[in-house]
Write a protein that binds this ligand. Structure first.
Ligand code: SF4
Length: 252
């Protein structure tokens, strides 16, 4: 069996396990509402890891889709839970389809994002938009885009563990409300944080992982690709795996 076949089987196994778990929870169907549509309502974390649900998403179950996201945003409020609030101009909560099958998770807002209050709107954001629109043949509004931390770290430094710890519960709740089929983790910091690993993105990228029970594909951050355009082809390989898995999910 060659490398490609092995990777394909890995994808199939991951997707199969995810679907079987959903079935076990009484979800007899799976949709791929890349352009919106009804979704199962159970929180993602509850679907995949009931024992961790309370610590991950709080004791209260939450609604799905836009209602759930609005509730998470309301709970976040004018957040001062970590020191990043001091330098921010805007909280960058995230944007996109509240019922998206695919969620991109980056590291944190940069200067432009902080100014606009929107994720991935600078130069790296344009490249991410190109990946979504030109590469995946989707619209930005079809997917959901957010970050590990919602306030800009000063000087674009990496978010620190206490900041991640304060903000991550809201990311988990966001994902619980959206209930995506797949997450794409963008870049070293985001992926290491999500997977709680010291392993670097170079070895992680292209290999399926899970976050809160959701299949996660780690890949390079668009900002890195701006500095190293020759690695765009590797990202495209990763994106193709995601497209194949989404297609597989769509077919059921
Ligand atoms: Fe609150 Fe998150 Fe901003 Fe910290 S980064 S102040 S936890 S919203």
């Amino acid at each position: 069996m060659d490398e490609m076949q092995r990777e394909f089987l890995e994808i199939v196994e991951q997707v199969k396990a995810h679907l079987e778990y959903r079935r076990a929870l009484g979800m007899s169907f799976v949709e791929m509402p890349l352009r919106g549509g009804a979704r199962p309502t159970a929180p993602v974390a509850a679907q995949v890891d009931p024992e961790n649900t309370a610590s991950a998403v709080g004791e209260k179950p939450f609604a799905s889709g836009s209602t759930g996201l609005a509730a998470v945003r309301e709970e976040l409020g004018d957040c001062t839970r970590c020191k990043l609030h001091k330098g921010r101009k805007n909280i960058v909560f995230g944007e996109g389809n509240p019922d998206a099958a695919l969620v991109f998770v980056g590291e944190g807002p940069g200067q432009e994002e902080d100014l606009q209050g929107r994720p991935f709107v600078g130069a790296a954001g344009q490249l991410l938009t190109d990946i979504i629109v030109k590469g995946m043949q989707l619209k930005r509004e079809d997917v959901y885009i957010c970050n590990i931390v919602k306030c800009r770290p000063p000087g674009n430094r990496n978010p620190e563990p206490d900041e991640v710890g304060a903000c991550e519960p809201f990311l988990i709740k966001q994902l619980g409300a959206i209930n995506p089929q797949i997450i794409i983790g963008l870049g070293n910091v985001a992926v290491k944080t999500l997977l709680k690993t010291k392993e670097g993105i170079t070895s992680l990228r292209g290999n399926w992982k899970t976050y809160q029970g959701i299949p996660l594909m780690p890949t390079f951050h668009p900002a890195y690709l701006l500095r190293t355009p020759s690695d765009k082809k590797l990202v495209w390989e990763d994106i193709k795996k995601v497209l194949a898995a989404l297609k597989k999910i769509e077919k059921g």
